[in-house]
Design a protein around this ligand. Structure first.
Ligand code: ADP
Length: 743
């Protein structure tokens, strides 16, 4: 719309100018001294070519504009800029691109636009054509040119490159980065057409009408080429790939007066199409100035010419301030985050160090705790951790009832030692002993509950040392072991009952021998008594003989009484009672009982007692029962072997380790291989009427006394059965053994 309006407006202006020129031409007298007017012409094909083409136009103007002598000044693009800047030119005739540049920089303004003559017709517009060879099937669109070689006139050539440049950019192809090769070949443009035809480059660009002209001149076959991004513009017959732009303008510079400019414009507008000057310049006269905004747009989009802005700091700030502000903000944010992260890292490192320290301490504590595991294993009722100044903490809060302490008293409160009673004073006295010695301490206390009942408490105090070995804490565990003690007591009573049963059954087995033993004194008593009666009845009984008979009766009665006493003692159902005793006495008592049966079996029982043996702490009846059992077994063994030598030796003494020892040797068949391990098991017997309980009970009794029962073959045949028992020292304390202190 806009160009059309300006065109209409331009036509009106030209009519007015024509009328004004007619008047001037009639009235103005010819000047005698002409003033020089210099026309700067872009001589892109060289100076000579420019003069040849435009001199006739200059002459035409000299002729038509009186008082001025017009002169052609051929210039390069750079020369044109310098001359305009220096104010050396009056008029400028150049391509549209150069015009727009000079207009923007130096304020030149167009007067008329060239009507170019092409193929016999006049055109005021032109464009550019981008082309390749028609047989290049790989290049059918502008995008296909990526990676290909391309040829143009020069970077500054308006029709020879810049038009194609914008069109390529609009199709997503940047000629400076996307081509494999970009060749600027200069003028003439014909060489570019040949280069594409001959395959020297893949594609190229030239201004419109070049290809058609060369074809008309038979220099090329137009069918050889394919036009890329081809467009159709009504009234414009030439192949083109770009938009069309106005032809060369004729412009005035700043120094030229408006009047002279008007006169020149009128002269040019009124030049006949077929004027000599037009022919020389290959054009068909001039028209009103066209709109060159489109050229401005192109330069703006390409960022060249007047729109070229070198990358100064200010330009950069203007263009990229948002990015710069964004980048600074990002950097500040990153710096803040980095500082924060560094701070975090520092804190983390610090925490890691203290954590490691804590871990090391914990590991040390764990090692100590492991040492205490045995003390704590049985889930003590009460655990007290104590430091040097006293109780600092109670542990094991799950324990609901602590004798001597209420739960309230023990959890979370420092206990009042005085209030906590006798047992605790006793306990803490012990604890301080441990503090002094630094050794683990273990004891069992008997205490009385509030309801008066007795209970047993087992206390263990274990010192905890630091790395230097100094005692820092004490862990005290307390455990109510009343149940254990009572069940042990019950077991002991049970064993005592069992032992009693065994003694009774032993006596049962010895019944016939006992009967025999008792029969003899009884028979003797009866005989003596009858003899006394007979003597008294016959009157022959003198006091002397009667007294002797009666003394015999008394002796025999005493003998029987002794046997019965032994039996009663042996069979007494007594509580387990341990008293200091002499092993020789026990052995003699046992031998006396055994003797009854020995005679019956016609076995010789020999006693070999060691003098000066220390006493022992024992239940004498039970130990006697063991010895009797061993001796009876020995005699039974002799019986089964039917040995000629029927001898049992009962020996006492001290073992190499200092214990008291009793051994029973026999001349029996000895021990059968394989039986040795099982001899002491309950119900193991090789006898037809045996129970297999004798040795088993004997072992329980001996072990309950802290001793050991053993059996081994005797040198020269037979067996040795015996046991050891701990002796008491001169203070009546058990030697070489620790024992619970039980009060
Ligand atoms: P029982 O006498 O009722 O068999 P014991 O426990 O007293 O039960 O003895 C177990 C077994 O040990 C006997 O049956 C016997 O085989 C063996 N034994 C015990 N004493 C001797 C010994 N002096 N010589 C050989 N074997 C013996």
């Amino acid at each position: 719309m806009k160009p059309q309006r300006s065109l209409a407006c331009g036509k009106r202006v030209s009519l007015l100018l024509l009328a004004w020129a007619a008047i001037c031409g009639v009235l103005a007298p010819a000047s005698a001294h002409a003033t020089d007017a210099v026309i700067g012409v872009l001589g892109y094909r060289g100076r000579q070519n420019a003069i040849q083409r435009w001199q006739a136009t200059a002459d035409y103007l000299s002729q038509r504009v009186h008082g001025y002598h017009f002169r052609i000044q051929p210039l390069t693009l750079e020369g044109m800029r310098q001359a305009t800047a220096a104010g050396q030119l009056d008029f400028v005739l150049t391509n549209p691109g150069d015009y727009v540049d000079l207009e923007a920089r130096y304020g030149i303004s167009r007067l008329v636009t060239l009507r170019n003559l092409r193929g016999g017709n006049a055109y005021t517009k032109f464009g550019a054509v981008i082309f390749t060879r028609a047989d290049r099937n790989d290049i059918k669109s502008l995008q296909d040119l990526k990676g290909k070689s391309f040829m143009a006139v020069s970077k500054n050539a308006f029709g020879g490159f810049q038009l194609a440049w914008l069109t390529l950019l609009q199709h997503g192809v940047d000629p400076f980065t996307d081509f494999s090769r970009l060749v600027f070949n200069g003028f003439p443009q014909d060489d570019i057409v040949y280069a594409v035809r001959d395959g020297k480059v893949d594609a190229g660009t030239v201004r419109t009408d070049i290809i058609e002209r060369m074809a008309a001149e038979s220099k090329i076959d137009i069918r050889t080429f394919r036009v890329l991004a081809s467009r159709v513009t009504p009234g414009f017959p030439f192949r083109h790939s770009t938009a069309l732009y106005p032809e060369w303008p004729f412009a005035k510079t700043n120094r030229t007066s408006d009047r002279l400019a008007q006169r020149v414009a009128v002269a040019l507008l009124t030049m006949p199409e077929d004027h000599r000057a037009a022919k020389a310049g290959h054009y068909a006269g001039w028209t009103v100035p066209l709109d060159y905004h489109r050229v401005h747009d192109l330069f703006r989009q390409l960022g060249i010419g007047p729109y070229y802005r070198p990358l100064t700091l200010r330009v950069m700030l203007q263009a990229y301030w948002r990015w710069i502000v964004g980048a600074i903000a990002a950097i500040l944010l990153m710096a803040t985050v980095t500082a924060y992260v560094l701070g975090l890292n520092r804190r983390l490192k610090h925490s890691t160090l203290s954590l490691e320290r804590a871990l090391r301490q914990r590991r040390r504590a764990e090692t100590e705790t492991q040492k205490l595991s045995s003390a704590l294993q049985q889930s003590a009722d009460l655990v007290i951790i104590t430091d040097r100044d006293g109780v600092i903490e109670y542990v094991n809060p799950t324990f609901e009832h602590v004798t001597g302490f209420s739960r309230e008293e023990t959890v979370g409160r420092k206990p009042n030692l005085v209030k906590s009673g006798m047992h605790n004073r006793q306990f803490y006295a012990t604890l301080w002993k441990t503090v002094l010695s630094g050794e683990p301490y273990h004891a069992v206390f008997t205490n009385r509950r509030k309801d008066g009942s007795v209970y047993y408490e087992e206390k263990t105090v274990t010192p905890l040392r630091d790395e230097s070995g100094t005692v820092q804490y004490f862990v005290s565990t307390g455990k109510d072991i009343t149940d254990r003690i009572l069940s042990e007591e019950r077991a002991r009573q049970h064993e005592a009952q069992l032992a009693h049963v065994a003694r009774v059954s032993t006596m049962g087995e010895m019944a016939s021998a006992l009967a025999h033993e008792l029969n003899q004194p009884l028979a003797a008593i009866v005989n003596y008594a009858r003899g006394c009666v007979r003597r008294l009845q016959s009157g022959t009984g003198d006091p002397v003989s009667l007294t002797e008979a009666l003394e015999n009766i008394a002796a025999q009665g005493q003998r029987s009484g002794e046997i019965i006493r032994r039996l009663r003692t042996f069979l007494r159902k007594s509580e387990l009672r341990r008293n200091p005793a002499q092993i020789n006495e026990i052995a003699t008592e046992a031998a006396s009982l055994a003797e009854l049966e020995a005679r019956h079996r016609r076995v010789e029982l020999r006693l070999e007692l060691c003098d000066g043996l220390p006493p022992l702490l024992a239940d004498g009846i039970q130990v006697e029962q063991v010895i009797l059992n061993l001796v009876r077994n020995a005699m039974e063994a002799i019986d089964t072997a039917r040995s000629r030598k029927r001898e049992v030796v009962l020996r006492t003494g001290l073992s190499p380790s200092g214990d008291l020892e009793v051994a029973v040797e026999d001349s029996g068949p000895g021990l059968r291989a394989g039986d040795t391990d099982r001899l002491f098991e309950a119900f193991f017997t090789t006898k037809e009427e045996g129970m297999g309980m004798g040795l088993s009970i004997s072992r329980s009794i001996i072990e309950a006394h802290g001793g050991r029962l053993y059996a081994h073959p005797r040198n020269g045949g037979g067996a040795v059965f015996g046991f050891t028992l701990p002796a008491l020292d001169e203070n009546n304390a058990i030697t070489k053994r620790t024992h619970d202190i039980r009060r």
